[in-house]
Design a protein around this ligand. Structure first.
Ligand SMILES: [Zn+2]
Length: 49
């Protein structure tokens, strides 16, 4: 079973919802760091590859 996840291209945190990944990426771009409010909804950092 393949689970589709959305990953923030900057911090590599994976999200179930595309909107969250986009929000994270947007935040990471602007603040050069992650928002705890956003990353706590993440499934965790993508470490593979
Ligand atoms: Zn991010």
């Amino acid at each position: 079973m393949v689970k589709e996840v959305y990953v923030c291209g900057i911090c590599n945190f994976a999200y179930k919802e595309k909107a969250l990944a986009e929000k994270c990426e947007d935040w990471c771009n602007k603040h050069k760091s992650c928002s705890l409010e956003i990353t706590k909804k993440s499934m965790g950092a993508l470490t593979q590859q």
